[in-house]
Design a binder for this molecule. Sequence first.
Ligand code: PMP
Length: 424
Amino acid sequence: MHNYVGPQKIIQKKNEFLFPCSKHFYKKPPQIARGEMQYLFDSDGNKYLDFFAGVSVVNCGHCNPEILKTTIEQLETLQHTSTIYLTEPIVNLAEKLSHILPGDINHSFFCCTGSEANEGALLLARIYTGRHEFISLNNSLHGRTYLTMSVTGLPMWRADPVLSDCVTFVPNCYNKDKTLEEAAYDSLEAIARVIETKGADIAALIAEPLQGNGGIITPPKWYFKKMKAMLEKNGILLIIDEVQTGFARTGKMFAIEHYDVVPDIITVAKALGNGTPISAFCTNDKIATAFTSASASTLGGNPVAASTAIAVLNYIDKNNLCLNAQKLGIKLKTGLLKLKEKYPIIYDVRGKGLMQGVELLKANGEPAFEEADLILEILKDEGVLLGKNGIGRNVLAFQPPLVITEQDVDFMLVKLNLALDKIR
Ligand code: PMP
C-alpha cells in the first residue's frame, strides 16, 4: 500500500512552493492518486467517475494500457533527439494526421502545449499574409503566452495588465437577451464592420469551434461557413483552435467538421497525447510553403510524444470513439434536458457529443456560480468529478473520457439529480 501524503500536505506545499495563481477545485479536494480509464482513485481509495478528463485531455481514458504500451516501448528505445536528427515517429505522425485533418490540411509543426500551437499559428498567419492584426471572439481562450493571451477574450485568463493591441474582439454566439441565431448574426456583423475599417491589416481570425472555457458556447450550423466566406474575400485566414474540441470529443474527429468548413490553419493539443505533452499547428501546402525561416521546438513531437499520439489516433479509430461520443452525447443531452424541465436553475443545455454544458442562473437571472460550486462539491463526494467554466463560472462542463459507458452516464445523471435536489 502506497503511503500518500494526503490533500492537506499537498495544499501546504502548493502554498509554499507554487504560485498563488495555481488554483484547484473544491473546498475539500481529494488527493488524486491513480487513474484507470474513465475512473480516478484518491489517496483514501475512493473511486470517482471522471467527467472532465483533465479538461478534455484524456479522451482515451487514464493510463490506457494499449497506448501506454507504445509509450513505454518508445521510452525504452529512444526518448529524445530534437529535430536536428532524423527519426521516424514524428514524420509518421504528421503523415497520419494529414489523412485525418479536414480538407487539404497536410503539414504539421509539432510543439508541446496548446498555447505554443496557437502562438505558432498566429505567427504563421502573419508570415503568410504579411499583415499584423487579428480578430478574436469575446470569451475565447487561446493560451498563456503573450500573443495567445492577447487574443484570449475571457477576462479571467488575461493576467498581463498590458496586452498587445493588435487584436480586435467581436461578440461570440452568446447573448442572454437574444436567440442563438440572433447572437450569431450580431457576431458576423461585428466581424464585417472590423473588416470594413481595417481588413487590409488583419492576418487572421482565431476561434474555437465550440468555446470551451467560455461556457461550451455552440454556434449555429451556418456560422463558420458565412464567416469563412467573408474572411476569404478579404484575404484573412481562419485559424480554428481545436485544442479542447479535437479528437472525437464532439462526435467528429474535429468539431469544425460539424460546420462543413475547412480552416486555413488548425491547432491541436490536449487529447492528441492523452496526457503526454504534444501539440501542433497544421495547414495546407500553400500556407506551409511560406514558413521558410528556421524554427524548431526542442521537445515538440519527440519520439515518445509522437509514438504515443500515433497510438492515440489508432485507439480512437479502432474503438470508434467518434461514434461513442455521438451516441452517449445524445444520451447525456437527453438526460440533462430532462433535468432542465425539473430544475428552474438550469437555464440552458448546449454542446455537441461528449462536450456538453449546463448553464445555471439564479431566479434573478444572475450567474449561479455558488450553486455550481456546491453541485461540484456534492458530486465529488458522491463519486463524480465534473468541470465548470463560463464567464460567470456558472456552467457545469461535461467532458468525460470518450471510453465511458451508458451505465456511467446513468450513474452521473442520478448523482446530478441528487445534487440539484439537495441545493434546491
Ligand atoms: N486553446 C484552448 C481552446 C484551450 O482550451 C486551452 C487550454 N485550456 C488552450 C488553448 C491552451 O492550452 P495549454 O494549456 O496546453 O497551453
